[in-house]
Ligand binder design. Sequence first.
Ligand SMILES: NC(=O)c1ccc[n+]([C@@H]2O[C@H](COP(=O)([O-])OP(=O)(O)OC[C@H]3O[C@@H](n4cnc5c(N)ncnc54)[C@H](OP(=O)(O)O)[C@@H]3O)[C@@H](O)[C@H]2O)c1
Length: 262
Amino acid sequence: MLTGRTVLLTGATGGLGGTLARRLRASGAELVLTGRREAELAALAAETGARAIPADLSDAAEVHRLLVEVGAVDVLVSNAALPGTGALTSFTAEQAQRALDVNLGAAVALAHGLLPRMLSKRSGSLVFVSSLAGLTPTPHTSLYNATKFGLRGFALSLHEELRGTGVGAGVVLPGFVRDVGMFAETGLPDPRLFGTCTPDAVADAVLRMIETNPAQLLVGPFTSRVGARLGSLAPALAFRLQRLGLLRGIGRQMADAQQHKR
Ligand SMILES: NC(=O)c1ccc[n+]([C@@H]2O[C@H](COP(=O)([O-])OP(=O)(O)OC[C@H]3O[C@@H](n4cnc5c(N)ncnc54)[C@H](OP(=O)(O)O)[C@@H]3O)[C@@H](O)[C@H]2O)c1
């Protein structure tokens, strides 16, 4: 239970953000929610009794303002992200930088800003929502892979660095999520063999990470977790399987549906 603990949740206005906010609140957490869309943020804050602090995480000054306004929190759930799908050359330099800033830079800056107080209290938790794309690459997702691999490395390093301090850190790696969020919004069918997981399964992992501090948790059907680990161990073999049909063209198809989110 998170009774009496304050949680800062980024990406609260997104598909997974709503589920995460409701589940964290149901566990007793006091929430501080952030996102860009002010009306959606205000509605979710009213529903969950949260503080809402709108902020654009692609802007370092906004990240700093968020840190000042939020003050001390017990838990960071870093969940905001842009899809970052599409051929690298299809992005402008500004769009590419924005994906790096929102998905990785802001997560690092928030952890950097919040950690000192957690360390002085010898208590706290930093949870980073990455993706199975933080383990295995696919074509036409290079920016997304870069940020999700980066987030995973950052979280795992911190996990061990913080051992014995009373502060936990770890990374949650969901596969494709159904019903809500950036994959469901594409309207694409469930990826063959990989399948999908529920938003609640991601929330289960986030809550478990806060409570028990594992270094990383993979979320998704068995085949997706095995496939992602294979892609991590043997990318050339994984690419061969992808060319044979597994996840074939998924990055390009997602990019077509996610052009507006750059
Ligand atoms: N859905 C999936 O299948 C899936 C699978 C694996 C991992 N994940 C990960 O799960 C997390 C949540 O994904 P989702 O599916 O909920 O995505 P989503 O529905 O697209 O929501 C993305 C969230 O990020 C926020 N965001 C984007 N740009 C921002 C910016 N410049 N400043 C502040 N906030 C910004 C959005 O806020 P505004 O809309 O208010 O700007 C929104 O709240 C992400 O880290 C994603 O990579 C998702």
